[in-house]
Write a protein that binds this ligand. Structure first.
Ligand code: ASP
Length: 335
């Protein structure tokens, strides 16, 4: 029987359902896309094949840490990729020096910088994390550590990279200036697709990240960018989310960019808004410099919401989860 008491109860339920659906609608409108883990995202179009490799780990219930390592090894091995890994362009003196770092859900991290003759710096970074009491090894010491752990010593300078370097030498007068003087190799343009930064959440909801690069083409020998620096090129906090960056590393380091993005997400900003604020910081500090450089941030929060923001147009990121396997998203930008 439909009595008044029951009617009030039903009305209350109805009202709260209405309120709920209204707030759900509002949330849908204001929130960035959310995804049920597992999910993997990474910078640039070469993130698509990298994500696919990471996805093989994630779909089997594997750990995000294993996924990001496996994922970024794809561009590291790609002989056509001149900004990440073994076929990366050399520095001003003709040395191919690689930078990488990795971070897991426990806050463990490992990094190598300016390592030579080793094709997969990300795996060396992981070993630094797991086999040493240190976070970072650089240069000869990093190579020595890698060789001691069974990595193969290889000549990394490919014929194609050597040719590009020699071309650059003809006009650059041996003086790299953020390598934007040579438009063909300007950070962020289609020939210089920069770093792969990858973030993954596994089926257990744990987050890890990896970042690997050959750095700026024709940099000064010994120059290290943001990519192997925890907090600059990559940061993960399993309670909040993760962030990574690409572009001119000096500006990212100055602003401790990826740490900043994660802290902004902790304060409640969406991943995209956090990335935007980090980009704005860079622009505010050096507005003239910012006009001619690219920096892009990519972030994911604990809920699987993701977003990105860059200084210049042209930044893109790849997403892979159970629904979408080959998604490439155009990042929003200040200019
Ligand atoms: N962020 C890297 C660096 O500065 C390279 C890049 O993404 O352009 O070394």
């Amino acid at each position: 029987m439909f009595n008044r008491r029951k009617f009030i109860q039903l009305s209350a339920v109805g009202a709260s359902l209405t309120a709920l659906s209204k707030s759900a609608v509002a949330k849908t409108l204001i929130s960035p896309p959310a995804s049920t883990p597992p999910i993997v995202i990474s910078t640039w179009d070469f993130g698509i094949p990298a994500n696919k490799e990471a996805w093989k780990v994630l779909e089997k219930g594997g750990r995000a840490l294993d996924a990001v390592e496996a994922g970024v090894r794809v561009p590291e091995a790609d002989m056509n990729n001149h900004t990440v890994g073994r076929a990366g362009y050399p520095d001003r003196d003709g040395h191919v020096t690689l930078d990488a770092c990795i971070m897991d859900e426990f806050g463990n991290c490992g990094s190598v910088a300016a390592i030579e003759n080793i094709a997969h710096p990300i795996s060396v970074a992981r070993l630094v994390m797991e086999k040493t009491p240190h976070v970072m090894l650089v240069g000869d010491g990093a190579r020595q550590f890698a060789l001691e752990h069974g990595f193969k010593r290889e000549k990394l300078l490919t014929a194609e990279s050597e040719k590009a370097w020699k071309e650059w030498l003809k006009t650059a007068k041996y003086s790299p200036v953020m390598n934007i003087e040579n438009k063909q190799h300007a950070p962020g343009n289609k020939y210089n697709h920069d770093t792969i930064g990858m973030l993954a959440i596994d089926a257990k909801g744990n987050i890890s990240g990896a970042c690997t690069t050959s750095g700026m083409a024709f940099k000064l020998h010994g120059r290290v960018g943001d990519s192997p620096i925890i907090g600059a090129g990559l940061y993960v906090d399993n309670e909040v989310g993760g962030a990574t960056s690409t572009g001119v590393g000096e500006e990212v380091i100055r602003n401790v960019g990826s740490f900043l993005v994660v802290e902004l997400m902790r304060q409640g900003l969406s991943p995209e808004d956090a990335c935007k604020e980090a980009v704005n910081r860079i622009i505010k500090k050096k507005p003239e410099t910012a006009k001619n450089i690219q920096v892009g941030f990519l972030a994911i929060n604990k809920k699987g919401e993701y977003g990105a923001y860059a200084i210049q147009q042209g930044f893109s990121f790849a997403v892979c989860n159970a629904d979408k396997q080959d998604l490439l998203i155009k990042g929003k930008s200040f200019y």
